[in-house]
Design a protein around this ligand. Structure first.
Ligand SMILES: *[C@@H]1O[C@H](CO)[C@@H](O)[C@H](O)[C@H]1NC(C)=O
Ligand SMILES: *[C@@H]1O[C@H](CO)[C@@H](O)[C@H](O)[C@H]1NC(C)=O
Ligand SMILES: *[C@@H]1O[C@H](CO)[C@@H](O)[C@H](O)[C@H]1NC(C)=O
Ligand SMILES: *[C@@H]1O[C@H](CO)[C@@H](O)[C@H](O)[C@H]1NC(C)=O
Ligand SMILES: *[C@@H]1O[C@H](CO)[C@@H](O)[C@H](O)[C@H]1NC(C)=O
Ligand SMILES: *[C@@H]1O[C@H](CO)[C@@H](O)[C@H](O)[C@H]1NC(C)=O
Length: 281
C-alpha cells in the first residue's frame, strides 16, 4: 500500500487536515467508503461551539431531507462564525433508496468520525458529502483519493485505448445535464471496459472539465496500465473497470427506487490506495 500526500497551499488542505483511508475490498454492488477527510487539528485552537454543532445537525438533517428530489442538495445554515455550508450528491446511476441510505451512512461518519471538525469530506461509492465553515461551493481543488490495485495490469489493447477513452469521457461529461456520464469501450478479444465520470453539481461546467482533466493528470501515469481504478475527488470522480459496475438506469430518479444493479456481483477488486492531496494554484 502506498500513501502519498502532496502538500500545497490551498486552504482546503489546511482545513481538511486529517485523512483516513479504508483499505477495504471494493465490491461492485455495495456501498463502501474509500475514505474521508476531517479537520480536528486545524480546529484544536478553536473549540467548536454548541451553536455550530446545532447548525451542523440542522444542515445534515436538511441534506438528508432534500437530497432525494434530484440526487444533489446544497445548503448553508447559521450566521457569522457559526455558519456552515454543506452539500450531498449521489452518483448519477444510484436509485433513490440507495441514495437515501448512502446519505444516512455519510451522516454517521460525519457525526462519529469527524466529531470535532468544522470541515469534512466523506466519500462513499454511491454518494459524496462535504461541509465546511468556509464557503466552498463551486471550488474543486484540494484532494483526491485514488483506489486501485497497482499490479493488476491490463491487456495491451486495453492499455493503448483506456486513457484516451477516459479522456474523451472527461470531455463529454461536463455537457451532460447532470454532469454524469457512463461509457463503454470495446477492446476486441479483451472484451469491454466501462467508464464513468461525475462532477459536483455546484461546479460550473467549464470547471467540471478542468476537474476531470486534473484527475487524469494527477493519476494518469499511475493507472494507465491497470485493469480497474477509481478516483474520488472534492469536485469530481471517475471510475474505470472491466465489468459493468454501474446501473443501467438512465434516470434513476424516475425509476421509483428500483434497484437494478449490474456487474460481476461479489467479485472484489482488492484495494491498493494512493492518496494525493494537491493544490491547483
Ligand atoms: C489536535 O487534537 C488531537 C486530539 O486531541 C491531537 O491528536 C492532535 O495532535 C492535535 N493537533 C494539533 C495540531 O495540536
Ligand atoms: C435514513 O435515515 C432516516 C432517519 O433516520 C430513516 O427514516 C430512513 O429510513 C433511512 N433511510 C434508509 C434508506 O436507510
Ligand atoms: C444501508 O447501508 C448499510 C451499509 O452499507 C447496509 O448495511 C444496510 O443494509 C443498508 N440499508 C438499506 C435499507 O439499504
Ligand atoms: C468511523 O470510525 C469507526 C470506528 O470509530 C470505524 O469502524 C469506521 O470504519 C469509520 N468509518 C469509515 C467510513 O471509515
Ligand atoms: C492485484 O492484482 C494482481 C494481479 O491480478 C493479483 O495477483 C493480486 O492478488 C492483487 N492484489 C491485491 C492486493 O488484491
Ligand atoms: C445493461 O447494459 C449492458 C451494456 O451496457 C447490456 O449488456 C445489458 O444487457 C444491460 N442490462 C439490462 C438489464 O438492460
Amino acid at each position: 500500500m502506498k500513501n502519498t500526500f502532496h502538500k500545497g497551499t490551498n486552504f482546503l488542505i489546511l482545513a481538511l487536515s486529517t485523512l483516513v483511508l479504508s483499505f477495504i475490498p471494493c465490491y461492485a454492488d455495495t456501498n463502501v467508503s474509500p475514505g474521508y477527510m476531517c479537520s480536528p487539528e486545524a480546529d484544536n485552537s478553536t473549540t467548536i461551539s454548541e451553536s455550530f454543532k446545532t447548525n451542523l445537525n440542522n444542515l445534515l438533517d436538511s441534506l438528508a431531507a432534500n437530497v432525494l428530489q434530484s440526487g444533489f442538495y446544497k445548503a448553508a445554515v447559521g450566521k457569522n462564525s457559526n455558519k456552515i455550508y454543506g452539500l450531498i450528491q449521489c452518483r448519477g446511476d444510484v436509485s433513490p433508496t440507495n441514495c437515501a441510505n448512502c446519505t444516512n451512512e455519510s451522516i454517521k461518519v460525519a457525526l462519529h468520525n469527524c466529531t470535532n471538525s468544522k470541515s469534512a469530506a466523506i466519500w462513499f461509492s454511491w454518494c459524496f458529502m462535504r461541509y465546511s465553515s468556509e464557503k466552498f461551493f463551486g471550488t474543486w481543488e484540494g484532494g483526491s483519493v485514488g483506489i486501485y490495485n497497482q499490479t493488476d495490469f491490463d491487456d495491451s489493447t486495453a492499455v493503448l485505448k483506456g486513457i484516451g477513452f477516459m479522456t474523451t469521457l472527461a470531455s463529454v461529461t461536463p455537457n451532460q445535464l447532470l454532469m454524469f456520464q457512463t461509457s463503454v469501450l470495446d477492446v476486441g478479444q479483451s472484451g469491454q471496459r466501462f467508464g464513468m465520470a461525475q462532477c459536483g453539481r455546484d461546479l460550473r461546467r467549464s470547471d467540471c472539465g478542468k476537474c476531470l482533466d486534473g484527475q487524469l493528470v494527477s493519476f494518469g501515469t499511475s493507472v494507465e496500465k491497470l485493469r480497474g481504478w477509481e478516483i474520488y475527488g472534492l469536485g469530481c470522480s471517475m471510475w474505470y473497470h472491466d465489468f459493468q459496475f454501474y446501473s443501467n438506469i438512465s434516470t434513476p430518479y424516475s425509476a421509483g427506487g428500483r434497484r437494478l444493479w449490474h456487474g460481476v456481483v461479489g467479485v472484489s477488486m482488492t484495494v491498493l490506495s494512493t492518496l494525493t492531496v494537491q493544490a491547483v494554484l
